[in-house]
Design a protein around this ligand. Structure first.
Ligand code: UD1
Ligand code: CA
Length: 480
């Protein structure tokens, strides 16, 4: 700690901590789930806020949890932000009380400056926080504020005649004249820690909600210096209900797409393209309309995705193509092709230049280099070697009602159309199965497996059948 350091040394060594308020339920969400856990553009709201803090390299980030505390704490810890700790606010007695919990837990003892921000501002960016800290200097408090068209619901920033910050009044406690103010409190502040701690200890809950408002520390702190940084409204918008969640999602999606487009990704129709925050796209990827990329999906250069395709936690290799398909936790190799109307389920692996064609479903299977499953097949728990061809409507019969069993198809094999491969079963290298066979025994390398009765042709059948119908028709005509 700074101890007897001179002011200039103290500044050089000033430590900044952040407190993220994430204990509330979010009543206006009407949800069982804590508001900050709701997902927007591929991340929880809390995670978006923590990602805005990450570039600041703070010594300490305190997340105050309460409603669904263990779940919110787990989500905070998943961000793996250095110096992150969680503090419990057992009963939600207001934003001031929440910060007081962090102070009283000792989590801010080493800090000179404390950033406070809510967990429901997913649009926030690091630059806005950096600007706030830069403006803060030696003041007791610096607020981020914004001018908005519709300030209803927000706390208003009340200034003196000469423009200095005087206090914040909550919407529900405000007079008509105060409600006319369009400068709102963003609920993002930089505080001198000692001054903050002192005023928090004096907070009362004498207001319309009976809560300890953090906003009430501002007025007493003006004596030691208060200031404000007017910030773009679309960076600090608070999300209090699901309509605002959707609006924030639209802004975040556009930001994500803008970033990818500037980095060389072609997006034909940004309005119908959904790319999650964690998705990685190389330059020269093309996303066609109706593409949804979620989770830890990564797509390599030259690949074309869509239209109308959903990829979740999936790796796509260079120059692969995936069209009108749903793919979950799969890997698609270089130059491979998928779709249309294909469903690849977890642990599917398509090696280079392989194909999962129209109306094919696969699960926990590997398709070797250059092998093709072109039409209407189910492939499960299967390993297919290189350069094999699986005929239309082949089904691996992998489930006996109790257990799943494996199918192995060797390099260069030719599985005939409509083959049922009853697992466990192996079709050898360069082996064939005859179309329509139900294969229950292994087929050796280079052999043909046939399982069907010999064909018999009934001569003159069509003519005899037509004659029968002609006779019947005459009978009906007589009877009428
Ligand atoms: C707050 C501000 C308001 C500001 C607005 C900006 C106060 C009193 N009001 O109002 O001036 O314009 O944000 O969006 O601060 N929380 C806790 N513990 C609690 C209460 C809240 O952790 O006891 C957390 C919530 O989970 C949330 C954040 O604090 O993340 C803000 O709470 P919220 O109820 O959304 O405050 P607003 O009414 O929006
Ligand atoms: Ca809020």
């Amino acid at each position: 700690m700074s101890g007897a350091a001179s002011p200039s040394e103290g500044r050089a060594r000033a430590r900044t901590a952040a407190v993220v308020l994430a204990a509330g339920q979010g009543t206006r969400f009407r949800s069982e789930r804590a508001k900050v856990l709701h997902q927007v553009a591929g991340r929880s709201m809390l995670r978006w806020v923590l990602e805005a803090l990450r570039p600041l390299d703070l010594d300490r980030v305190v997340v105050v949890v309460g409603h669904q505390g263990p779940e919110v704490a787990a989500e905070a810890e998943a961000a793996a932000l250095p110096g992150l700790v969680t503090v419990e606010q057992p009963v939600q007695r207001g934003t001031g009380h929440a910060v007081r919990c962090a102070v009283e837990a000792g989590a801010l003892d080493d800090a000179d400056t404390v950033l406070v921000l809510p967990g429901d501002v997913p649009l926030l960016r690091a630059e806005a926080l950096e600007a706030l800290l830069a403006a803060h200097g030696d003041r007791a408090v610096t607020l981020a504020t914004a001018r908005v068209d519709d300030p209803a619901g927000y706390g208003r920033v009340i200034r003196t005649a000469d423009g200095a910050v005087a206090r914040i009044v909550e919407h529900r406690d405000a007079s008509e004249a105060e409600r006319a103010v369009d400068e709102i409190n963003a609920s993002i502040y930089a505080f001198a820690r000692a001054a903050l701690a002192r005023e928090l200890a004096r907070l009362s809950a004498d207001n319309d909600q009976g809560e300890e408002y953090l906003t009430d520390v501002v007025e007493p702190l003006t004596a030691q210096g208060a200031g404000a940084v007017v910030t773009a409204a679309d960076l600090v918008a608070g999300v209090n209900d699901r309509a605002q969640l959707a609006a924030a999602g639209a802004v975040l999606r556009q930001r994500i797409l803008d970033g990818h487009m500037r980095a060389g990704v072609t997006v034909i129709d940004p309005a119908t393209t959904y790319v999650g925050a964690e998705v990685e796209l190389d330059a020269d990827v093309t996303l066609l309309p109706g593409t949804h990329l979620e989770g830890a999906t990564a797509v390599a250069a030259g690949a074309v995705i869509g239209p109308d395709t959903r990829l979740v936690d999936t790796q796509v290799g260079p120059a692969a193509a995936v069209t009108y398909s749903v793919v979950v936790q799969a890997a698609i190799g270089a130059g491979a092709s998928v779709g249309p109307f294909t469903y690849l389920r977890p642990k599917t692996r398509l090696e280079a230049r392989s194909k999962a064609g129209a109306f094919v479903e696969m699960k926990a299977s590997t398709v070797g280099e250059g092998s093709k499953v072109p039409h209407l097949s189910y492939v499960g728990d299967t390993t297919i070697g290189k350069d094999a061809n699986i005929g239309a409507a082949t089904v691996t019969v992998n489930y006996d009602g109790f257990e799943k069993h494996a199918t192995v198809i060797g390099d260069g094999a030719r599985v005939g159309s409509d083959t049922m491969l009853v697992a466990p079963v192996t079709v050898g290298r360069n082996a064939y199965t005859a179309a329509g066979s139900v294969i229950t025994q292994d087929v050796p390398d280079g052999a043909l497996g046939v399982e069907r009765s010999e064909q018999r042709n009934v001569e003159g059948y069509a003519e005899r059948k037509a004659a029968r119908y002609r006779q019947r028709g005459q009978g009906e005509a007589r009877g009428s």
